[in-house]
Design a protein around this ligand. Structure first.
Ligand SMILES: Cc1ncc(COP(=O)(O)O)c(C=O)c1O
Length: 352
């Protein structure tokens, strides 16, 4: 069944999409009989094992309800209350989590550092660490990197290693917001380990929701020391699911035969198709390199309003503005073409 008649799939957010068949089916499988609660069930064990297999290492895994809690609790496990967290100016932890990273770590300060196209770069880290070293300023302790970034770009393994070298030299830990981690892996064509623990990542928040699940992010600790008592942190924050099997089973469905990567590859391909159809339209400017499942366009006001009038929804406030067009696991090429056709008509009209 597709979207209801008269409703089209939109480009506003990958959160607009429903649940993919693999996640849905496995949740159905899990919906049988009684099993122990609070994560002490076979689905949670299997999902964690599949993640260990995927990352080819013996990591500790926890499932929480959403990305904000995953990021905030993971960062809290890296920091004391008097520490600071360095991230990009456009990082979700800075702009879209309502202060939760500071709240859950009892007062850390999130500090933004310079970088291009939504990334943190090592010189930005160096500048911020050296800016103040006195007792009156929060002590830098963690770098938070988003992979893929909020601007739809992707860190290469070498870029990550350069940040890691800088972080190590200042005794900083690395957190990765992987709300769209699957899109980054699909884009780079690398093994997940190459852009996580082999590039210095201590803890990854691996996004399931944007990849096609209803809810449920995996917090993956590559430094297992940091995971100590994380279960208590989750419980206190209201993030310990009593019927955990329903957060975990969709992960089994996604991981057991590679659906996570197929869906990410598809949404990236849809963004590439959209990019190819709109990049040369008059008055339209592509703002950042297309590397994952989104593109950002600067549009003349009339064109943007015209698209909204034609029923297309997209956000204008992410990053530095511009229209963010986000593709999902279920975005269809016909919808991409329909969007591009409308944009092309309006752009050409505006240019006359
Ligand atoms: C980069 C990034 N991180 C994390 C999240 C997770 O947010 P939420 O708490 O809404 O699941 C999002 C969602 O928009 C995101 O874009």
């Amino acid at each position: 069944m597709g979207p209801p008649a008269g409703e089209r799939r939109q480009f506003a957010s990958d959160n607009y999409a429903g649940i993919c068949p693999e996640a849905w089916a496995e949740a159905g499988e899990a919906n049988a009989g009684h099993v122990p609660a609070y994560g002490d069930d076979p689905w949670t064990a299997r999902a964690a094992d599949l993640l260990r297999e995927l990352f080819e290492t013996d990591c500790d895994v926890f499932f929480v309800f959403n990305g904000t809690s995953a990021n905030s609790l993971a960062l809290a496990s890296l920091c004391q209350s008097y520490h600071s967290i360095l991230c990009s100016e456009t990082a979700h932890v800075e702009t879209d989590e309502c202060g939760a990273p500071e709240f859950f770590s009892n007062g850390t300060k999130v500090l933004t550092v310079a970088g291009k196209d939504g990334k943190v770069d090592p010189t930005g880290v160096e500048w911020m660490v050296r800016r103040r070293t006195d007792i009156h300023y929060p002590k830098p302790r963690a770098v938070s990197l988003t992979q893929a970034t909020e601007l739809g770009t992707v860190y290469t393994p070498d870029e990550l290693k350069a940040v890691w070298a800088k972080a190590k030299s200042h005794n900083l830990r690395i957190h990765m917001d992987g709300a769209r981690f699957a899109n980054a892996v699909a884009s780079l064509g690398c093994a997940p380990k190459e852009i996580t623990w082999q590039a210095g990542v201590d803890v990854l928040c691996f996004g399931g929701t944007k990849n096609g699940m209803a809810a449920g992010e995996a917090v993956v600790f590559f430094d297992r020391q940091l995971a100590k008592e994380f279960d208590y942190r989750c419980k206190q924050a209201g993030q310990l699911a009593s019927k955990m099997r329903f957060l975990a089973a969709p992960w089994v469905g996604m991981l057991k035969d590679g659906a996570w990567l197929r869906h990410a590859t598809h949404s990236n391909a849809m963004a590439e198709l959209l990019h190819s159809l709109v990049k040369d339209l008059p008055g339209v400017k592509v703002l950042y390199p297309r590397q994952a499942n989104s593109i950002f366009l600067e549009l003349p006001r009339r064109v943007r309003e015209g698209m909204h009038e034609r029923g297309w929804r997209f956000y204008d406030f992410i990053g530095w503005g511009g229209a963010r067009l986000m593709c999902s696991w279920d975005t269809a090429p016909e919808e991409v073409r329909a969007f591009a056709r409308d944009l092309s008509e309006l752009a050409r009209e505006a240019g006359r």
